[in-house]
Design a protein around this ligand. Sequence first.
Ligand SMILES: [Zn+2]
Ligand SMILES: [Zn+2]
Length: 145
Amino acid sequence: MKKLIALILKLLTGSKGPVEPVMLDEGMLSGNFSADEFRCKCCGQLHPSGVMPPRELLDILEDTRAHFGAPVSISSGYRCSRHNARVGGAKASRHMEGDAADIQVKGVSASKVYAYIAKRVGDRGGVGRYNSFTHVDVRGYKARW
Ligand SMILES: [Zn+2]
Ligand SMILES: [Zn+2]
């Protein structure tokens, strides 16, 4: 009987059958990165004004993961101003804008990660070289350090 009703509905509405519930893992921002990884370490905020990390940043992180074929961990994503000051971040740190991430790629040196990301980001963002991690942001113009 259910099948018949579904068939009639299908004929009447032209839809492709019953709508399946979309199984979204709500904690995920992209295929491999969760919202929790971006949250401020002190207050748990994800972004100023509640906006999600930009798609462009997530795309860069996904591409980096695919390029090296290794997991990417985010040691610092969004920072509220209090946390930024505590960890000695730059006064106008992009981490406070929510469009930056400090990352490590498992088994890959920070200098190799820097080289790839600098190329991938091009003129559209900032890339910083550190001993044990690489900073990346999508500020909209080129910055390197
Ligand atoms: Zn905080
Ligand atoms: Zn950073």
